[in-house]
Design a protein around this ligand. Structure first.
Ligand code: AMP
Length: 147
């Protein structure tokens, strides 16, 4: 089975390198377009939506930092230039699913966090993205250095 458009979800930590490398290998093998996505989660959401202070400046800084990191990733992996890179606010599962539908993505690639002692358990985002996904999802197994 060959894919035409692969979307890689990156959390912009050092753990996204093996995820991108795996996606590049697949994209080259099937001559697929390769795109990146990072979602900045609204800070108010992390605090349960009820925050007694203005977080907009902090949120903007977080967005700007993510933009720089995403640009650095595109330089590091020139193959990613074959597609687009998306940076958006929201809830990862919802935004990734929406992008996948809008851009005719046929494979979403995420990292699956290896957890200590239970290394086959999926990380929460990987698990979330899998449910109700509009296309195939590949979870690249990531092993914690402590294992
Ligand atoms: P986690 O839920 O932290 O275990 O993350 C598992 C995987 O989900 C990561 O390796 C990424 O592929 C993806 N992911 C996590 N957070 C984000 C995010 N904010 N934007 C895009 N992808 C993400």
């Amino acid at each position: 089975m060959s894919y035409k458009h692969i979307l890689v979800a990156v959390d912009l930590t050092e753990e996204c390198d093996p995820v991108i490398k795996k996606a590049i290998g697949l994209a080259i093998g099937s001559e697929a377009k390769l795109s990146l996505v990072h979602i900045v989660e609204p800070m108010a959401m992390a605090f349960g939506g009820d925050v007694p202070m203005d977080l907009s400046q902090l949120q903007q800084q977080q967005f700007d930092q993510a933009k720089e990191k995403l640009a650095a990733l595109k330089l590091k992996y020139p193959d990613v230039h074959t597609g687009d890179s998306h940076l958006t606010y929201g809830q990862p599962r919802q935004e990734i699913h929406n992008l996948a539908k809008e851009h005719n993505v046929d494979l979403i690639v995420v990292g699956s966090h290896g957890r200590h002692g239970l290394s086959l358990l999926l990380g929460s985002t990987a698990n979330d993205v899998l449910h109700g996904a509009p296309c195939d999802v590949l979870a690249v197994r990531l092993v914690k250095r402590t294992e």
